[in-house]
Design a binder for this molecule. Structure first.
Ligand code: HEM
Ligand SMILES: *[C@@H]1O[C@H](CO)[C@@H](O)[C@H](O)[C@H]1NC(C)=O
Ligand SMILES: *[C@@H]1O[C@H](CO)[C@@H](O)[C@H](O)[C@H]1NC(C)=O
Length: 301
């Protein structure tokens, strides 16, 4: 079984069968013959990991995004750096904030989150470069124009951008990723005027923990930090988006309309989120003779 493509999608709180564009070489029940229980085992393990640690789904969703945007969904984010190559894993957008690699290894060896169906058949990539991660992953300082461009580069629409940004309805962020929005925005000496004042103060007080061994993190969605729902969009309408890349979605007429629609239509958003995750999961995939099936997830064969 290959390393990432199949299992990541099983971590999210949604369930539906989806249509979407069909990529040659990918199909449902891909492991039907070779390993009929594959998807069941993966789903079970994801459920077990999640009941042991509720941070797991957010981590896997983000890892999936960061894998797919860099050389496609080929598990290249899992490869370790070598003496001659600094890999994606060690690029600043990933290290140290992308977590959960050990879970993938555990699954390879052997909450209330539902499931949805993904096509299988992705092969593992053999290349993983830090520089690709820096070029392809949008920074939290990105404005809507840059986000639209970077998503378009991956075949994703403005609507996909807004839909997928809802991934920020779960999980946490390091205080450093706020880039001073809550305290000293663009060296103005004060918080970002597009960030809610009370939230800025709260973030400021939460982000002072300098003596801790682990860097301080803050929740992405104040209302329901561990449930994948549309509260993220309600937050944006109250200037409670954590990053510029969240709040900027209100500055473009089309994306703003989408934010408002998602804020009032939770079920429609969920359905769109599943479809968009599936679409993202089929970016530049390697199938058939391309790529390989890695024996160990963090090393090419
Ligand atoms: C639109 C451009 C995006 C930007 C600029 C962005 C940026 C970020 C940043 C800076 C963090 C915090 C990292 C840290 O400091 O710990 C984060 C966390 C997260 N992002 Fe995004 N992101 C984007 C899109 C997405 C998408 C498309 C998804 C998935 C659908 C996603 C899912 C997540 C999740 C689940 C977390 C929390 C991870 C955890 O709890 O460990 N993000 N993102
Ligand atoms: C998940 O946990 C249950 C209960 O502890 C256990 O019976 C089951 O074997 C575990 N599943 C996997 C795939 O590890
Ligand atoms: C904001 O940042 C700038 C540049 O780093 C610094 O000179 C200034 O003193 C900071 N202001 C406050 C209030 O921290």
């Amino acid at each position: 079984m290959k390393c990432l493509g199949l299992l990541c999608l099983l971590a999210t709180g949604l369930s539906t069968l989806s249509v979407g564009a069909v990529v040659e070489g990918l199909k449902h029940k891909y492991y039907h013959r070779s390993c009929p229980q594959a998807e069941e085992i993966i789903a079970n393990m994801m459920e077990n990991f999640t009941s042991a640690d509720q941070r797991v789904p957010a981590r896997i969703i983000r890892m999936h995004f960061h894998d797919c945007f860099v050389r496609g969904c080929d598990g290249s984010i899992l490869l370790n750096s070598t003496p001659v190559n600094k890999a994606e894993k060690d690029a600043p957008p990933n290290n140290p904030s992308v977590k959960g690699f050990e879970l993938i290894d555990q699954i390879k060896e052997s909450g209330k989150f539902e499931r949805y169906q993904v096509r299988g058949g992705r092969k593992d990539g053999k290349i993983s470069r830090e520089s690709d991660a820096l070029l392809n992953l949008p920074p939290p300082s990105a404005n809507v124009q840059l986000l639209v461009q970077m998503f378009a580069n991956k075949g994703l629409s403005l609507e996909d951008l807004v839909t997928l940004s809802g991934g920020h309805s779960i999980g946490v962020s390091h205080c450093s990723s706020l880039l001073g929005r809550h305290v000293n925005f663009s060296k103005t000496g004060t918080h970002d005027p597009t960030l809610d004042f009370h939230l800025a103060m709260k973030l400021k007080s939460e982000c002072v923990g300098v003596h801790k061994a682990e860097p301080t993190v803050v929740v992405m969605d104040r209302f329901t930090p561990t449930s994948l729902d549309n509260k993220y969009y309600k937050g944006l309408l109250q200037n409670k988006g954590l990053f510029t890349s969240d709040q900027t979605l209100l500055t473009n007429t089309f994306t703003r309309k989408q934010v408002i629609a998602n804020a009032v239509q939770p079920l429609a958003w969920k359905k769109k989120f599943v479809d968009a995750m599936i679409k993202m999961g089929e970016i530049e995939v390697l199938t058939g003779q391309k790529g390989e099936i890695r024996k160990t997830c963090d090393r090419v064969n």
